[in-house]
Design a protein around this ligand. Structure first.
Ligand code: 8X3
Length: 254
């Protein structure tokens, strides 16, 4: 028997745009109540106006550990059936020796530290209530290195391993853990990566059909709605127009 989204509560981080927003939309459409977490209160208010009363906005910076602790210790965020950790970003595409160390800090802070912290806060309740599902939004960049992906890819490799590791801790409980790892997806991802340069970002997706945020939300919804005895560990998805390259060889001129 599948697990319905109808009537459940989902806490979704990074809900003001991209994959997080698409997940919020999909979950609300399918009957869930969504506590939508993001820094941008105006974007959350617009989302609430669009999706109705089952979209509960919670303006919050997920990297602010004290604020997150406070917010997740009482209603409406304290007892979710599902946590979708979608807050995250890539910053820059420079070779490792030229990257901004501040960018590294922000990626590690959001993609790793905030994700494990939110997860740690909701898990005791999920275990005690005997139900729960953590869905992390990873990336193919966590498995396949590419030039300039350095710390971004490493944060997503962290998310991959963390997702598997906590499932082994949760063995014997009904709490499920899934890592969804998309490839190229047409969201604000590249605009953020290139510090607001929309033309450069558009070039990333020129002449090909990337995944949409709704494609990824579909996989998240599918993972959550499997029968209760099924744990989807990892789902990797890419656009058909994206694939892997051969090893790069540097040859000296002789
Ligand atoms: C984003 C996937 O392929 O654009 O996480 O780096 S890719």
């Amino acid at each position: 028997m599948t697990t319905p989204l109808q009537g459940i509560t989902a806490l979704i981080t990074g809900a003001s745009s991209g994959i997080g927003e698409a997940c919020a939309e999909r979950f609300v459409r399918d009957g869930a109540t969504v506590v939508a977490v993001a820094r941008r209160a105006d974007r959350l208010a617009a989302l609430a106006a669009r999706l109705g009363p089952r979209l509960v906005p919670l303006a919050l910076d997920v990297t602010d550990r004290e604020a997150v602790t406070r917010a997740l210790s009482g209603p409406p965020a304290s007892a979710p059936d599902v946590l979708v950790n979608s807050a995250g970003m890539a910053l820059g595409l420079e070779p490792v020796h030229r990257t901004s160390i501040d960018d590294w800090d922000r990626m590690i802070e959001t993609n790793c530290r905030a994700l494990v912290f939110a997860t740690r806060l909701v898990l005791p309740g999920m275990v005690a209530r005997g139900r729960g599902h953590i869905v992390n939004i990873g990336s193919v960049a966590g498995s396949y290195p590419y030039p300039g992906g350095n710390v971004y890819g490493a944060t997503k490799a962290f998310v991959h391993q963390f997702s598997l590791a906590i499932r082994s801790d949760l063995l014997g409980t009904p709490v499920r853990v899934t890592n969804v790892e998309p490839g190229m997806c047409d969201t604000e991802f590249s605009t953020v990566r290139f510090a607001g340069d929309t033309a450069k970002a558009a070039g990333v997706y020129a002449g090909m059909t990337p995944l949409s945020a709704a494609d990824v939300a579909d996989v998240v919804a599918w993972s959550v709605t499997r029968p209760a005895h099924v744990n989807v560990n990892t789902v990797e998805l890419m656009p058909v127009a994206q694939a892997f390259g051969p090893f790069a060889i540097h040859r000296e001129k002789r």
